[in-house]
Design a binder for this molecule. Sequence first.
Ligand code: CDP
Length: 227
Amino acid sequence: MKGFPTTIAIDGPAASGKSTLGALLAESLGYLYFDTGVMYRAVTLAVIEGGLYVEDEQAIGELAKSIRIDVQPPSVDDGREFDVLLDDTDVTREIRKESVNEHVSTISAYAIVREEMTAQQRRIAKENKVVMVGRDIGTVVMPDADLKIFLDASVEVRAHRRYQEMINRGERPDYDAVLRSLINRDQIDTNREIAPLKPAEDAVVIHVDCLGIQQVLSKAKELVKNV
Ligand code: CDP
């Protein structure tokens, strides 16, 4: 029994519903919602726009140290939870594009990139009551988090979810390509040497295949009450 949790970590594979849960849970508690994936996506966008080779770990590390990523309250009413700024430019939509999806897992496996992002995430966790969402929040970024949740779901359910999200954004995705991309990302995220995707030993794992978001949210709220 630790008392009411003020630091909550939510981890899980791509499109498992972490971001939706994280945003709703943070809202219900009045905490900051912080989606760490956007930081890795912003670095990846900077790499692509800067014309760097995705394999050039050293140059990418230097770039990660030199850019400024900010996450701020939303300035546009298009359903976004926040604005993501890359050196003062709004990149909230660009970080979701296909070329970013394709390279983000390779780039976020690099040690210097992770060091930079982890340091910033820890600072945010120290300064706020926070629901932080990612792959390594319970294991590396906030190993002392008061509550750790790991969402798990089959890759098919996740692919359908991501496919639907893309349709809702007005895109015309190919389901098989979405599925292949998730399998590839899972593979890299799970097998990388540094901070691989896995539940912390003290995380509560929720299997969400057969659960709607409201059911997942009420399970999470129960956990918050009973930490
Ligand atoms: O939204 P989605 O689940 O597709 O992915 P995301 O949370 O935006 O994260 C994109 C990628 O960033 C992941 O596939 C990981 O490679 C990386 N990431 C990470 O390494 N560590 C985190 N804490 C968050 C994301």
